[in-house]
Design a protein around this ligand. Sequence first.
Ligand code: PLP
Length: 390
Amino acid sequence: MKQNNNFSTQVIHAGEQSTYADNTIFPAIVTSSSFIKRSLDDSPDYAYGRVGNPTRHAYETSIARLENGHGAVACASGMAATATVLDLLPKDSHVIVMAGVYGGTFRLMQDYRGKTSGLSASYIDLNDLEALAASRQDNTRLIWIETPTNPLLQLVDIQRVTDFARAHGILTCVDNTFCSPWNQRPIELGVDLVMHSASKYIGGHSDLIGGVVVAAGEQLFARLRAISMAIGAVQGPFDCYLALRGLKTLDVRMERQCSNAAQIARYLSQHPLVEEVYYPGLESHAQHELCKRQMRTGGAVVSLKLKADRQAMTPFIEQLSIFVLADSLGGVESMINHSYSMSHNSLSHEQKINIGISENLIRLSIGLEHVDDLIADLDAGFERLRTACA
Ligand code: PLP
């Protein structure tokens, strides 16, 4: 830059802004929207931030590796990731979906893509192979697997469903949000695509909204990248940095959170005020054998039904001192969620009851706190519940 340029030019160009260190331990947060071409013939790795960004690339390549996939695209949210997967499908496609999927997934497929892209969906128990075969249509293009489901933690036998899908040329996608690649790696079981709400375990600190889709193969990855570039719902560099930073501690976080959850599930299963505990890591869980086959542990979410009505339960839910009442899960802090009135509020009463979401159901997302403190917090809550029920 010439020394005698005007101040308004200097404030923009002074210094060495286009050089950054290449020996940093952690990838730099590169916020630049555009990248400089040295000449007309130059084709640098990055040209424009929607198409590619070094911080996003560092995160995408990391999660793709962790899921054992070919490549990943980072999206603005979990729902943007789901929408990206649905954009792989031609107009008027049919999808087979695990009944009881996350409410937002149901809403996107049913209320939006149903109207705009002619998408139709059959919601079934994917473990019922007869129902799976019966629901297949000529235009079935995708099987959407969520395992474990939210909040009842039902599992789907991934291998069996992918065998069926392969035999009929149908794509498969697993929403792996509840497990993270630490606990379950669906691509190793034959799945084509893995999707995450990175807002949960991948970020891990309740400080970002993000989503990611990992493709098992090269061709699908190329198509996903093209869609991501076309619709532009990409993850920004700051959030990619947070997600990548979250990934670095995924192993230790998941180990502690899942171990805490297993102890809490055992504690709850012996409590007289608990009607039922939902946790696939418990030997008494109907799908415990499947859990051992396809997951590393039972996970860090525990759901339960209390022996109490809504009124009696309210102080239990609202007055815990460590568990925070929140819609999300997967953070370092333990959270409690009343699925009926919170995460699944958009469903009608009948829809909720049909999928087992009754008013006495609670979902716990277990964090990194000391397990004794978490159990003491629940114990105090049960004491209040006992008084309310008396
Ligand atoms: N999938 C599951 C299982 C979820 O729990 C959520 C959010 O709670 C989503 C997808 C959507 O993710 P996001 O909120 O990041 O858009």
